[in-house]
Ligand binder design. Structure first.
Ligand SMILES: Cc1ncc(COP(=O)(O)O)c(C=O)c1O
Length: 350
């Protein structure tokens, strides 16, 4: 799960080219050189009419295998899609009428709208504070939907407690790990479903996402978006019935945005080479250096949020990219960031 670790963070950093102090991975991650190069080469082939699309398709399988390796999952249980909401939408449609979903207040909408959209069937979503989620699970709970790391605050969910409470009461766990996978060592098989968009901490182009699906849950999900790419024999199944879908979770795949996947596979391969454990250590060290500079106690997240009046303006003046969420500064620290980035941010705020 921790990757092959044949590339230390310090050496790997030469593979990124930020031209600013970029503390905004929670919005989107920056591409490493192998991802950028693969994408440019595919784009050049496209422009020049030099190839056929079949050569771009294996990138989806390569990316799926890398994601599976990163999350301790079997690649046969990993679905690929374009975004989190599209993948979680399959689950929203799969829960029985009248299901009660439990979620955290201020949860990101791509995880909860797919359930709220099922309101006409009596599906309800109840919101509680994130730190009360595990204790709020009871016999009436059908699904607990939670982000591993909150988008707005960077707070980590108590996933072990939540999974244990859900198991005890027979509820499903649907986790959005978009802000975790890539820096937080993560075993997806502890949950029923784990969705992840790749354009943030997996530093991939927009338009690629993954979902680990427990095989027992997969049996209860309808492949609503099935097309040619969901077939058992992809290249041989372009025309006519009957339905002949893949036996694995691939039957939930939608046809890939080629160029995005061409850039995703090398990014994930690189993360696995560096090792998520090493990235975790690096990202947390920088986040905690920033916290210390702000007078905050050490934390456990690569995303730091804080009430710093005037921070957005100060960062803009200094050419530092971060964001503001729910009125608070949100700075994120990833593999390409350095101590100098942290110090530049602290200087700008001083
Ligand atoms: C927790 C979380 N999940 C998912 C996404 C992206 O959602 P989607 O892939 O549906 O666009 C974001 C984007 O900010 C997010 O913060």
């Amino acid at each position: 799960m921790s990757g092959i670790r044949d590339l230390p963070v310090a050496a790997a950093q030469a593979l990124w080219r930020p031209e600013t102090t970029y503390l905004n991975t929670a919005s989107f991650g920056l591409p490493p050189e192998p991802a950028w190069d693969a994408l440019q080469s595919a784009l050049a082939d496209w422009r020049g009419g030099r190839t056929s699309w079949e050569g771009w398709t294996p990138a989806t399988e390569a990316a799926r295998a890398q994601f599976a390796a990163m999350t301790a999952a079997d690649a046969r249980d990993v679905v690929i899609g374009a975004n989190v909401s599209g993948l979680v939408g399959l689950l929203g449609a799969a829960v029985p009428d009248g299901t009660r979903v439990l979620a955290a207040e201020n949860e990101f909408t791509s995880l909860i709208f797919p359930f709220l959209a099922q309101e006409a069937r009596g599906v309800e979503v109840a919101f509680v504070p994130l730190d009360k989620l595990a204790e709020a699970v009871d016999a009436s709970t059908g699904v607990v939907a939670v982000s591993a790391v909150q988008s707005s605050s960077g707070t980590l969910a108590a996933l072990e407690d939540i999974a244990q409470a859900a198991r005890h009461h027979g509820a499903l766990t649907v986790v959005d790990a978009t802000h975790g996978i890539g820096w937080l060592p993560f075993d997806a098989t502890r949950f029923d479903a784990v969705a992840c968009a790749a354009y943030k901490w997996l530093m991939s182009p927009r338009g690629t996402a993954f979902m680990y699906l427990d095989p027992e849950l997969a049996d209860r999900v309808v492949p609503h978006s099935a097309g040619w790419f969901a077939a058992e024999d992809i290249l041989g199944t372009n025309f006519g019935g009957p339905l002949r879908l893949a036996g694995s979770a691939r039957r939930f795949d939608t046809s890939p945005a080629w160029f995005s996947w061409v850039g995703t596979a090398p990014a994930l391969e690189l993360i696995n080479r560096i090792g998520v454990d090493a990235i975790h250590e690096h990202d947390l060290r920088l986040a905690n250096r920033f916290r210390e500079g702000l007078g905050l106690p050490p934390g456990d997240s690569a995303i730091v949020t804080a009430d710093v009046p005037g921070a957005a303006e100060a960062f803009e003046r200094a050419g530092i990219l971060a964001s503001v969420r729910l009125g608070r500064l949100r700075a994120s620290f990833h593999v390409y960031n350095t101590d100098a980035d942290v110090d530049a941010a602290l200087d700008a705020l001083a």
